[in-house]
Design a protein around this ligand. Structure first.
Ligand SMILES: O=C(O)CCC(=O)C(=O)O
Ligand SMILES: [Fe+2]
Length: 318
């Protein structure tokens, strides 16, 4: 499946930002430069030093316990909202997923844990809560840095308030004889931004600007930050939104998770007017994210590699 160039994603550390370091301003500025460069040129980067190895291992164990539950228990997790309930589909036979909406709200994790483990699972409960808190902080820092890089800091607060989150946990079962090694088809993320973690099995592949596919291998407690289409609509195409996929590697089950930030449907996704000028003509008309998702899932958008362009792209040809 294409070449697997050994390009390394940019690695950006976040631990120094939190200390009461006298150089905190210059650390913020240089991290911001790296983040913006990475999202413009790769559409992704490796974020290191966000959670401890211990916390990551505890979450990895929690995922295994969750997917080991009987199917009838997992099916109790139902939802009207895409990807919040239990998902298994013949189109992606290796894949199953479950979601927790806004997982930094303690009651949401409590409700999910009670549903899956009526006799409780305190380790799952507590590790998911502290993990989600850290991921939300990281999400907000990265976005603030991008906004600041473009002189859009006034939008930062407003956008954070109109964001909701989904922690989606995923299992890809081991391949059976003669099965295709495609775990998840080539796609872009249509939400704002995604923070991905994959276990040591690997398999995530990302397409670079020069069309080469890179097999991503990052440290066990690092994340891959991936720019999504909604972010690029706000910024009128200034980021690279990379195609990515999962190609199974060897004969072991693979576990991953994604922390997805999504625009709430009460607010239209709209390009900031400061991002439009003669050199950068408007690329997308304003749209409602929930309505777009209906198109995406019901009207065949999911089959299109450029669903958002089809849905609300502006034709700038003269
Ligand atoms: O499982 C993974 O590593 C990737 C998942 C992904 O790209 C997605 O859910 O959008
Ligand atoms: Fe994705």
């Amino acid at each position: 499946m294409g070449s697997k160039a050994p390009i390394k994603l940019p690695v950006i550390g976040f631990s120094q930002l939190k200390t009461n370091n006298p150089n905190s301003l210059s650390i913020w500025e240089s991290t911001k430069t790296d983040v913006f460069y990475a999202l413009q040129n790769y559409g992704c980067f490796e974020a290191s030093s966000v959670v401890s190895i211990e916390l990551q291992e505890s979450v990895n164990d929690a995922l295994k316990q969750l997917f080991d539950l009987p199917l009838e228990t997992k099916l109790k997790n139902t939802s009207e909202t895409a990807f919040h309930g239990y998902v298994q589909s013949p189109k992606v036979p290796l894949y199953e997923s479950m979601g927790i909406g806004n997982p930094f709200v303690p009651e949401n994790v409590d409700d999910f844990t009670d549903l899956m483990w009526p006799n409780d699972n305190p380790t799952f409960r507590e590790s998911i809560k502290s993990y989600s808190k850290k991921l939300r902080e990281l999400d907000e820092i990265v976005k603030k840095m991008v906004f600041e890089s473009l002189g859009l800091e006034n939008y930062s607060c407003e956008q954070m308030k109109s964001t909701s989150y989904l922690l989606k946990v995923m299992k890809y079962r081991a391949l059976e004889a003669d099965e295709s090694d495609v775990g998840l088809h080539t796609h872009t993320d249509t939400n704002i931004m995604t923070i991905l973690h994959q276990d040591e099995i690997g398999g995530l592949e990302i397409q670079m600007k020069n069309d080469e596919w890179v097999r991503v291998k990052v440290s066990p407690n690092s994340f891959v930050i991936v720019a999504g289409e909604t972010f690029n609509v706000w910024l009128n195409g200034r980021l690279h939104v990379p195609f990515h996929r999962v190609v199974m590697n060897g004969n072991m089950a693979r576990y991953s998770l994604g922390f997805f930030s999504v625009q709430r449907s009460s607010v239209l996704v709209k390009t900031f007017y400061e991002m439009v000028d003669e050199e950068h003509p408007l690329l997308y008309k304003p749209f409602d994210y929930a309505e777009f998702l209906k198109f995406f899932y019901k009207e065949g958008g999911i089959q299109s590699k450029f669903a958002l362009k089809t849905y609300c792209g502006v034709s700038n040809e003269t």
